[in-house]
Design a protein around this ligand. Structure first.
Ligand SMILES: NC(=O)c1ccc[n+]([C@@H]2O[C@H](COP(=O)([O-])OP(=O)(O)OC[C@H]3O[C@@H](n4cnc5c(N)ncnc54)[C@H](O)[C@@H]3O)[C@@H](O)[C@H]2O)c1
Ligand SMILES: *[C@@H]1O[C@H](CO)[C@@H](O)[C@H](O)[C@H]1NC(C)=O
Length: 323
């Protein structure tokens, strides 16, 4: 189906996130052009896509039916932004996270595209209204924010600016589904979007508990990696509440007052700058994950995430028909 499309996708910025987007769009049968600011970077991105395609194939996780050779034949690179955008139906910007850079880049992209190209940014922290307000085609702009590494974490949040056309969100949603991602839609901009609001709520409490000496750095991490995170790979927090009692209403009757009591016990927003606590957390983390070994740990994390992706696929197939 998707493989019959003869449509082009522009990847603008081909680093850690951009090359993953290219890998994913190739799986939808699209023609993909990767742009970056130097020949070295586009060459590195091309190697990275080849590596990812082979790895995903080995893991049985390649989305779509094209062979690796066919996918690579649909891929091109350029250091010319105009060439990258020519004829593209959709552009995914994944340049470095910098408001001024994205503002300037979107001005250029806007001037090089017509009314029918969707302009998406991978930004983790910048609301789309911050860098699209004065564009000619601002109704075509939105944030399409992935989870790193997007080839193993399919969640992708779509955030419209106040002026984004609803159809642009809908088309992008279908496009994400077609390349094997799991899109979610926010109805409007909110700082941190959905992913980081949830992530930072947990980060804040982890920091508070270590700062106040209630728990060690190692143990607070274990709460997630050996406990909550295991369930969360399959069910979200509201579903967990629903399942931990006889439905969410029963959960609220039984545990609601306790939840409120604990929430009221949370302290003020931590500043994350108390030097002693930061020193302690950094030294604890460095024992398990020394900074000079970060790259190796990241690679190992990717490997483990690949194994979880495989497991989730297998389990989805085994799911009882009456569930
Ligand atoms: N890394 C993550 O965990 C993560 C997760 C989700 C979203 N994001 C977002 O993705 C975007 C890219 O992040 P990354 O981690 O891939 O960074 P990265 O540093 O790996 O890649 C950024 C790339 O942008 C290129 N670039 C610099 N200036 C450019 C320009 N003017 N035009 C086009 N390309 C340019 C760089 O050469 C580099 O290749 C950021 O907006 C970031 O917030 C990152
Ligand atoms: C991608 O490659 C396949 C197989 O060669 C081809 O059928 C398809 O048309 C290509 N996609 C595009 C958009 O050119």
């Amino acid at each position: 189906m998707a493989e019959s499309k003869r449509e082009k996708i522009a990847i603008i910025g081909s680093g850690m996130i951009g090359h993953c987007w290219a890998t994913l769009f190739l799986g939808g049968g699209y023609q993909v052009c990767m742009y970056d600011i130097s020949q070295d970077r586009v060459d590195a991105a091309l190697n990275a896509v080849q590596f990812k395609l082979n790895k995903l194939k080995d893991e049985g996780l390649l989305h779509g039916t094209l062979s690796i050779e066919e996918r690579l034949a649909n891929l091109s690179t350029t250091t010319d932004l105009q060439e990258c955008l020519a004829g593209a139906i959709y552009a995914q910007e994944s340049a470095v996270e910098d408001l001024q850079l994205k503002t300037d880049l979107f001005m250029k992209i806007d001037s090089l595209t017509g009314p029918d190209t969707i302009l998406a940014s991978s930004t983790s922290t910048l609301a789309p209204s911050k860098f699209t307000e004065n564009l000619k085609h601002r109704e075509n702009c939105l944030v399409v924010h992935p989870v790193n590494p997007p080839v193993y974490c399919p969640l992708t949040e779509l955030i419209p600016a106040p002026w984004t056309k609803p159809a642009v969100v809908d088309i992008t949603y279908s496009l994400m589904t077609a390349i094997g991602q799991s899109p979610i839609k926010l109805t409007r901009e909110v700082d941190g979007f959905a992913i980081n609001r949830l992530q930072y709520a947990i980060l804040a409490e982890a920091w508070r508990m270590v700062h106040s000496g209630v728990i060690s750095t190692a143990d607070v991490n274990k709460v997630i990696s050996e406990g909550l995170g295991l369930r969360w790979a399959f069910y979200g927090p509201l579903e967990v509440s629903h399942m931990n009692a006889d439905g969410i209403k029963h959960h609220n009757e039984r545990y609601g007052p306790g939840v409120i009591r604990v929430l009221n016990d949370f302290g003020p927003t931590p500043t994350f700058f108390e030097p002693e606590t930061l020193e302690k957390i950094a030294s604890d983390l460095n024992q398990k994950i020394p900074v000079e070994k970060l790259a190796a740990h990241r690679a190992w994390r990717e490997h483990q995430l690949g194994a979880i992706a495989q497991l989730k696929r297998k389990l989805a197939k085994e799911k009882p028909a009456d569930l």
